[in-house]
Design a protein around this ligand. Structure first.
Ligand SMILES: Nc1ncnc2c1ncn2[C@@H]1O[C@H](COP(=O)(O)OP(=O)(O)OP(=O)(O)O)[C@@H](O)[C@H]1O
Length: 307
């Protein structure tokens, strides 16, 4: 299947610091790809380069098969996006914002915009400056989806939305877009949303893409092993893929990446009195993975994992 987004060694420096570092990103057509990372990891900078809002210092990016710096108006019209903080001209009314954005696109699903505004009780005559942050977010998401884009790029779209709106609205947008085999790339810190809607995740750490694999694969690859021994160990066991370990008396906890039969056989050989292998949800797996130093993080990539 073709890739809707391809970057090749995409790099950005700010003040001599490399904040996006040789990024090779591939987002397959039809996928919902979540770009994750701790604060300052480089997500918005990456998205701004993809959208042509920021010039890379090195490397290239292609959207829908066209190099970002030379993208044609016809292709641009097939890309919907929402920037961080939902930027809109706040002096406009809701209706005015729709009339302003509408002529930029050949296709426009006006019914969808009306349905969204009705559903969330947003009066069309009201100025954007008089709406709440969450209501403005709803308007800007509706405007981004109205042209029925082939590719939707959203920088932290759930900022300012309450839990009900997040579920109701974001998920329905994703369903609508995905039904037609469209592609979505979004950044987020709400891992429960990501777990529900994203089929693939990328995790940036200090501008480096350390993880690029199916969401489920990442979640299931990280396990916590809790062991009780007859007496305290002199030092916690070391094994390949060990992310962290802690020991308290006879109890030892290990967090291990790519946990498998070899780990089990090795840990069994230490003759623990008991051993439990626990699964993580996506948020806990993300926290365990990203809380360490970058140098100690194992890499999960399509090319190294055959996925
Ligand atoms: N215009 C700029 N000038 C200088 N430094 C910048 C600029 N924009 C971003 N940075 C720096 O680049 C790094 C990456 O920022 P970026 O906004 O891409 O991170 P992020 O992953 O989106 O973070 P967050 O989750 O907090 O939004 C940060 O250290 C930030 O301070």
């Amino acid at each position: 299947m073709a890739d809707a987004i391809v970057t090749d060694r995409l790099t950005k420096y700010f003040g001599g610091r490399r904040v996006v570092n040789g990024l090779n990103l591939k987002v397959r057509e039809g996928s919902v790809y979540a770009l994750l990372g701790r604060n300052g990891a480089g997500k918005s900078t990456t998205i701004r380069m993809l959208l042509g809002l920021l010039k890379p210092d090195f490397g290239t990016a292609e959207l829908l098969g066209e190099e970002v710096s030379q993208i044609t108006p016809a292709t641009r019209a097939q890309i919907g996006w929402v920037g961080e903080g939902h930027p809109l001209y706040r002096w406009m009314t809701v209706d005015g914002a729709i009339r302003f954005v509408r002529p930029f696109y050949q296709q426009w699903n006006g019914d969808f915009v009306d349905q969204v505004l009705d559903h969330f009780d947003i009066p069309k005559k009201k100025r954007l400056s008089k709406l709440s942050n969450g209501q403005r977010a709803q308007v800007s998401l509706a405007l981004a989806v109205a042209p029925d884009p082939k590719l939707l790029i959203l920088d932290d779209p759930t900022i300012g939305l309450d839990a009900v709106v997040r579920r109701d609205f974001l998920e329905s947008i994703i369903q609508i877009i995905q039904q037609q085999g469209r592609t979505i790339l979004f950044s987020s810190h709400i891992l429960s949303d990501v777990d529900r809607v994203a089929d693939h995740i990328g995790i940036l750490s200090e501008g480096v893409l350390r993880v690029d694999c199916p969401t489920e694969h990442f979640r299931e690859s990280i396990r916590k092993v809790v062991m009780e021994f007859a007496e305290p160990l002199k030092e916690p066991p070391a094994c390949p893929g060990l992310l962290s370990s802690s020991a308290s008396g006879e109890r030892v906890e290990l967090v291990i990446v790519n946990y498998g039969d070899e780990h089990r056989a090795y840990l069994d050989s230490l003759s623990p009195r008991s051993m439990d292998v626990l699964e993580f949800n996506l948020e806990d797996a993300f926290v365990e993975y990203t809380r360490g130093r970058q140098g100690t993080m194992p890499v999960f990539r399509r090319e190294t994992m055959n996925v």
